[in-house]
Design a protein around this ligand. Structure first.
Ligand SMILES: [Zn+2]
Length: 252
């Protein structure tokens, strides 16, 4: 796996960006916080568990409206593959996929908000603020494709699963307004909801293995990264008009 692009921050970048409060998450100053259960978040090791669990207290509201970029990724063909793969190989495949994705997302300051076995949802621009969040998501998407190609091919060769050759990852990205908050009365982590999230998920559903489908909004916001990309008109469930998706693939 590639090394992080910068040295890890000593304070939580989420708490700093959202509240301008320095919460130590590394080094000796972090020790007393750890005693009170404040540790680095599993969503991104640059943010802390205060960001993750205490949404309402940190934001002073139940939910906030933000513009963000949402990325969905999943292993295409996973369901049929899982039918004839042994459980150990299956577990290793999912772990390799999740790790490769997290590395790419964290390298661009996104958070892995939800992991759903063979898929995940990432948020860019919350709680770490990112000026060019669409571009950050696209770069993460390209790295996900590059990392997963290598990792899944190596895994396939090692465990000798012929069907691994067909394994590939699909990515969908959309930029727009979202509502971010804790939407369940039970203790839960924050998440993002709204049409932007749905569109990103639908785009991912239409991505072939190796593809990243960008909405027109994400493509416009991503600037040079999407210029000249081929387009494909896709019909998405629950969305009236066809969407003109920009199709990116990672160069080998
Ligand atoms: Zn924090």
């Amino acid at each position: 796996m590639t090394a992080p692009s910068r040295s890890p921050a000593r304070i939580c970048r989420g708490c700093w960006d959202q509240m301008h409060v320095p919460i130590p998450i590394r080094g000796p100053l972090a020790l007393p916080f750890r005693l009170f259960g404040v540790t680095r978040s599993k969503m991104n090791p640059q943010i802390c568990t205060i960001c993750e669990h205490a949404f309402e207290r940190v934001q002073k509201q139940r939910h906030v409206s933000r513009t963000a970029t949402i990325l969905f990724a999943d292993i295409r063909g996973y369901t049929s593959l899982s039918a004839h793969m042994d459980p150990v190989a299956l577990t290793e495949t999912v772990s390799a996929f999740q790790d490769a994705c997290a590395d790419a997302i964290w390298a661009h300051d996104g958070i892995v908000n939800k992991q759903m076995g063979d898929g995940l949802m990432a948020i860019f621009n919350f709680p770490i603020k990112i000026e060019q969040h669409a571009a950050a998501a696209v770069q993460a998407g390209l790295e996900i494709q590059r990392h997963c190609k290598v990792v899944l091919a190596a895994l396939g060769a090692r465990i000798g699963a012929p069907a691994m050759g067909d394994l590939g990852v699909g990515v969908g990205i959309h930029t727009g307004p979202v509502e971010i908050g804790q939407f369940s009365t039970a203790r839960s982590d924050f998440t993002a909801i709204g049409g932007t999230v749905n569109l990103a998920a639908r785009l991912e559903g239409q991505a072939a293995p190796g593809e990243i489908l960008l909405s027109p909004g994400a493509a416009a916001a991503a600037g040079r990264l999407a210029i000249g990309a081929p387009r494909r008109s896709v019909t998405l469930k629950g969305i009236d008009a066809p969407v003109e998706a920009h199709v990116l693939t990672a160069a080998a």
